[in-house]
Design a protein around this ligand. Sequence first.
Ligand code: NAD
Ligand code: MN
Length: 358
Amino acid sequence: MRNYRLAAIPGDGIGNEVIEAGLEVLKAVATRDGAFSLEIENFDWGTDHYIEHGAMMPDEGLEKLRPFDAIYFGSAGDPRVSDHISLWGLRLAICQSFDQYANVRPSRLLPGINGPLRDAAPEDLDWVIVRENTEGEYSGAGGRVHRGHIAEVGMDVSVFTRTGVERIQRFALELARSRPRKLLTLVTKSNAQRHGMVMWDEIFEEVKADYPEVETDKMLVDAMTTRMVLDPRSIDTVVATNLHADVLSDLAAALSGSMGIAPTGNINPKGKYPSMFEPIHGSAFDIMGKGIANPLGAFWSASMLLEHLGETAAAAVLMHTLERYAAAGQSMPRDLGGEATTREVTDTILQLIEGRNI
Ligand code: NAD
Ligand code: MN
């Protein structure tokens, strides 16, 4: 029997609630499949660890994660500590150190879910946003000068490298080619930002020539937001910088029903390091500890994790389960208009995985 080692990092806030539920679902899918097993190690890193030890994870944290087949992540962020400390100390440290340069963010309007786009049908909204995940606006370059004085300066420098841009664009072109529409939209802001963004456009012209099967177009990021709302059907695969794709994918999540649904994979395509899967939402301070977080984003991320491991049958079982659940429209969480708690949603999904009717 194939065995996979998973590192679970629930992190902070509702990350704990949804990853606990997600691990139950992953184990149920593995049991049902019967051809593989999961060996899960839990890491209690996050803001509690920071408050106790002064760091979000131990010094040897990355070394510990390295041998795992994949990482299942919740969220980093807690009201007791500044967000830039919690984010850089855990999630960004892992993404950048493990060269998880492709952040893949699918959005679909599942059957039965009413998103804010009036009259949209599931076939109108089926996108994958590919986010550059190691550099750009989140390079960490910059600084603060004259702190606290009237002359204070704060600088965040976007760093775009030819290697970084070319590899994410090729990844997106390949992903677009593997999808039925074979359509890729490049999103930049090269009218206003005339250096790095223009380089993105130029490199795209070069690399897309290697993918003649893929139809491409280009949009400025501001115009892209309106196209997502007004003409969702015209979009399939999208590639954009770290910041732009971060923003666009939150919009995509909301349009597909809720922040609580959307999944993501932080992929190291060559497999030199483990890849990391997580719901795209954060710690949700307003609902943490209440047991009402929507776990669907964590479940969908678990399906992406299984797909990445090569367990395509199990990944499809889980995805079909989520579709059946959404279509049935029973026991929906609050953010999707229902009353169900995290526990109740999880139990319904577990029943469906075990082949029982709901
Ligand atoms: P958020 O995603 O935590 O919450 C935004 C809104 O969406 C809130 O109203 C929340 O209740 C709702 N929401 C999110 N997930 C939900 C779910 N599963 N079910 C139901 N409702 C859900 O974003 P925020 O409020 O901007 O950030 C809160 C904290 O999380 C901050 O510390 C931030 O830095 C952190 N954060 C971390 C990550 C990450 O680790 N990947 C991502 C985003 C935000
Ligand atoms: Mn985000």
